[in-house]
Design a protein around this ligand. Structure first.
Ligand SMILES: Cc1cc2nc3c(=O)[nH]c(=O)nc-3n(C[C@H](O)[C@H](O)[C@H](O)COP(=O)(O)OP(=O)(O)OC[C@H]3O[C@@H](n4cnc5c(N)ncnc54)[C@H](O)[C@@H]3O)c2cc1C
Length: 297
């Protein structure tokens, strides 16, 4: 699938245009203005947002600095427009793959800009090879700024240990299943076992007294989290559900209507293709949606 769509993109500007049109189901657009428009609409519907400027595995210093610059601009726009939104940053997009110091320096620029607004900065978690480095950068950043937190991927064998530490330190964490292809010695492979681990970790986080994000579209997990928080008398204002832009929008609104908090992860930027492929290959229905629209009558 990836190769086919990749070659479609490279060889036909017309199809590329059409593909971008379809990608906009999952991506807010290419510019900050596009992202702001989407966030405003989400806010009006009672949803908060986390903005991701797309791009990962950046190999050039200038590009990493430019990405940090876009996040600084985003802070200004979110604050100026009074949006209910925060930031999601992939450290590999601001230089982690080049040099940890560079990524930390770029992150500090964003933090300095976010500080007057106490705007929350989420460090997305990427492939397992980057996890230790991401926690090192997080720990250094937390020495200077408390409104920053990581993502725990429930498929990782190490997740329980990480959650133990994060819960004890009351560090605001996002819990998700994990999106990368990892080998069996690093990550749990079976979905039922990942779900089970997710729930154990969710219980630990939700009873830690800090405010966490439960990021999943999985109906069974959402039901289990709801049942657990009701039983433990953890109010719906003490945590938030999180979903991706364009995925299960009706479920997002339904949870808000029931009094839960919902934060939508909103990606934007010109590097939308990789993100779009990931969303496509996650679910067969998404691939069919694209093929129907590309090649259907
Ligand atoms: C806000 C957010 C941030 C994330 N950040 C990261 C990150 O930093 N690092 C990382 O590795 N991963 C991240 N992820 C991705 C995550 O790890 C998973 O890969 C992704 O969310 C898919 O897992 P899932 O639990 O949502 O549901 P899935 O495993 O995709 O689906 C499980 C079940 O959910 C239900 N379901 C799912 N979609 C639908 C639908 N459209 N309609 C009806 N039912 C549906 C079905 O019952 C399905 O069988 C993030 C996800 C979210 C939501």
């Amino acid at each position: 699938m990836k190769a086919t769509l990749g070659s479609v993109l490279n060889n036909s500007p017309a199809l590329q245009h059409r593909l971008f049109f379809l990608a906009r189901r999952f991506v807010a657009g290419e510019t900050i203005d596009d992202a702001v428009r989407v966030v405003r609409r989400l806010n009006e519907a009672g949803l908060s947002a986390s903005l991701d400027f797309l791009g990962e595995d950046v190999r050039r210093e200038e590009e990493a600095a430019a990405t940090a610059g876009v996040y600084c601009e985003l802070v200004d726009r979110i604050a100026a427009e009074g949006l209910n939104a925060n930031l999601s940053i992939k450290l590999s997009a601001i230089g982690q793959a080049i040099d940890e110091e560079l990524a930390f320096a770029n992150l500090r620029r964003v933090i300095e800009r976010a500080r007057p607004h106490e705007m929350f900065v989420r460090l997305d978690m990427e492939g397992s090879a980057t996890v230790d480095s991401t926690y090192r950068i997080l720990d250094r950043a937390r020495a200077e700024y408390e409104h920053i937190g990581p993502v725990v991927q429930a498929y990782l064998h190490r997740a329980a240990q990480d959650v133990e530490r994060l819960a004890a330190a009351k560090i605001r964490t996002r819990l998700c299943k994990g999106a990368y292809k990892e080998p069996p010695d690093v990550a749990i492979q079976s979905l039922p076992l990942i779900r089970r681990n997710f729930m154990l970790l969710a219980q630990k986080l939700l009873t830690s007294g800090a405010y966490h994000g439960i990021a999943t579209h999985d109906e069974a997990l959402i039901a289990a989290v709801r049942a657990f928080t009701e039983r433990e008398r953890i109010g719906p204002d003490r945590f938030e559900f999180q979903m991706l832009y364009g995925l299960r929008p009706k479920a997002q609104l339904a949870l808000v209507a029931e009094g839960y908090r919902m934060r939508v992860y909103v990606p934007f930027g010109t590097h939308w293709a990789g993100y779009f492929y990931r969303r496509l290959t996650e679910r067969r229905e998404n691939v069919l949606f694209v093929l129907r629209n590309l090649f259907g009558g």
